[in-house]
Write a protein that binds this ligand. Structure first.
Ligand code: FAD
Length: 520
């Protein structure tokens, strides 16, 4: 049995396994030659102290002990071509991991995706960035891999079930992700690596006899006496099944409208909304690492901050070190921001959503929309931002201190947001309570993170797709819709996940429940 060891070392030591070995041998009062192998099980950075340390959890093997490498492997997927068919709407993490789990259970997934495959999708991302053209079915939110494909690929989640999280991470490694994601406390994959992994997952689904249909939008759900029977696509084709996993994400407004129209019970859900702030990465490094330059052994620093401001939560969301701000609108006539990073996080800017917690009572002015009140509130802000910034994909922007002082910025420096910015007093975009909270909150943030409140930081508006504005309620045990049998609301759009890993976990859970109900 290897010896488990927890230790802290300097970043330069952590970067060189030989130096770690020497450090460990000193700790254990043995010779480095007594150690046959060192396995790093977990790694995290502790930036709380003056001199930054790397926490390592190690397995130490001594001479005579054998280390056996256990790389994660794919499950033994069977061919399901002739098996019972289950419809999965949406090829985001929830839909794709549901499909894989269905195959493991001997069921045939029919994955239906409105957007294009990852390659085709790239052209549409170029079009929105360069030509301000929004394709309503293929964009940063829609298409193979879902909203997380062209993202930072952060893989951490608040899920307490470590086993569920580890399973998703191991599957990702088996599909080609670096095994570093199993070690890092805050793993991420990066925009340049995720598409290939997604493509390999799709190929596996097809190889096992599952079906993946791209450019296929679901426009209706067929029901009979409170039981789903199948779906209708935009071309009028019907696909039948008594089991449907609905994993269409938080931006599929037409799906929420369809459910509402068909009186399939949904309800408004609180979410959060604000701006995306961009700082020079060097400044965030200086604040977080308390040093002038972070040097070659530390990664670009992330940050995470939460405050109560005027009785509301205001917090950083989806922070992307060394990243880029992306245009994430899903319809013409609106602007939306979010962020991505390449795997090396080597861009010069750090961006993060800074959002204010919303409550159901905030949606009262939109009460006539019933369950869609939060969605209409969200839409109204995205459309206002589009209007005030010049009716293109340019976003309204303001320097941070100018925003806190209600001063239109005389100029906006070039930011990572490719479509460009228009200098606007951001109070024009948001209702008063959001503006007030953000203004005060940035001052508070500046007190906790000295240097954060600066006019070198630019705020882009709005960051509005933080989670679903609608919940599609399901039974806590069967995971079926509370009224409609055979419908499994799943992932972020249904209100049961937030982020890539938790959506994937939820996809697996729904697939397992379907298998269980069929076996019964
Ligand atoms: P989605 O990923 O939204 O997938 C839903 C799919 O359904 C889409 O592909 C859509 O095209 C399809 N669909 C919608 N309507 C229909 C229809 N009518 N017919 C057929 N198909 C339909 N999360 C993280 O954990 N880490 C990150 O670093 C991160 N960064 C992000 C960066 C960006 C730019 C964005 C936009 C999101 C980011 N997220 C991140 C959030 C993450 O992507 C989502 O939480 C996650 O993708 C939700 O998974 P899902 O499968 O539930 O839904």
């Amino acid at each position: 049995m290897p010896k488990e060891l927890l230790t802290q070392v300097a970043p330069a030591v952590a970067a060189d396994l030989n130096q770690v070995k020497e450090h460990v041998s000193k700790m254990l009062r043995c010779s480095p030659f007594d150690i046959s192998h060192l396995s790093i099980r977990k790694r995290s950075i502790d930036a709380r102290q003056k001199s930054i340390k790397v926490n390592l959890k190690l397995d130490v093997y001594f001479q005579g002990e054998t280390f056996v490498e256990q790389a994660p492997e794919l499950p033994d997927y069977q061919n399901v071509e002739n098996a019972r068919e289950i419809i999965v709407i949406g090829a985001g993490p929830a839909g794709l991991f549901a499909a894989l789990q269905l195959i493991e259970c001997g069921l045939r997934p029919i994955v239906i995706e409105r957007g294009k495959d990852v390659r085709g999708r790239r052209r549409d991302l170029k079009a929105i960035n360069r030509d301000h053209i929004v394709n309503e079915d293929s964009n940063y939110c829609f298409g193979e891999g879902g909203a997380g494909t062209y993202s930072d690929g952060k893989l951490y989640t608040r899920s307490k079930k470590r086993g569920d999280v580890d399973r998703i991470l191991e599957l990702l490694v088996a599909f080609g992700a670096s095994d570093e994601i199993l070690i890092e406390a805050h793993p991420h994959i990066g925009t340049n690596k995720l598409p290939k992994i997604i493509e390999d997952i799709r190929n596996k689904i097809i190889e096992c006899g599952g079906k993946v249909l791209f450019d296929t939008k679901v426009v209706d759900i067929l029901t009979e006496s409170n039981q789903v029977k199948g779906i209708v696509t935009q071309t009028g084709d019907k696909i039948l099944s008594d089991h449907i996993i609905l994993a269409t994400g938080h931006s599929a407004r037409d799906i929420f409208e369809l459910l509402d129209r068909k009186k399939i019970f949904i309800e408004a859900k609180p979410f959060a909304l604000g701006v995306r702030a961009e700082h020079p990465q060097t400044l965030i490094d200086q604040i977080q690492y308390s040093c002038d330059f972070r040097g070659e052994f530390l990664p670009p620093a992330p940050y995470s901050i939460v405050k109560q401001v005027n009785g509301r939560g205001m917090y950083s969301f989806c922070m992307c070190p060394g990243g880029v701000i992306a245009p994430c609108a899903t319809s013409p006539g609106e602007v939306v921001t979010n962020g991505w990073s390449p795997s090396k996080r080597d861009q010069e800017t750090a961006n993060s959503g800074i959002v204010v917690e919303l409550r159901l009572e905030d949606f009262v002015p939109f009460a006539k929309f019933g369950a869609l009140a939060g969605m209409e509130f969200q839409k109204s802000i995205e459309q206002k931002a589009w209007n005030v910034a010049g009716q293109t994909q340019k976003v309204p922007a303001q320097r941070m201190i100018d925003f806190t002082q209600t001063k239109v910025s005389a100029d906006i420096p070039k930011t990572s947001y490719v479509p460009g910015t228009t200098s606007v007093e951001l109070g024009r975009v948001f209702p008063g309570f959001i503006t007030q909270t953000l203004r005060q909150g940035f001052v508070e943030f500046g007190k906790s993170m000295r240097g954060y409140l600066t006019n070198d930081a630019v705020l882009h508006a709005p960051e509005s797709r933080t989670s679903s504005p609608v919940r599609i309620p399901r039974d806590a045990v069967s995971l079926e819709h509370v009224h409609l049998k055979g419908l499994y609301p799943c992932g972020e759009g249904a209100g049961y996940a937030g982020g890539i890993v938790s959506a994937a976990i939820d996809g697996e859970k729904c697939a397992l429940k379907i298998a269980e109900s069929i076996r019964r």
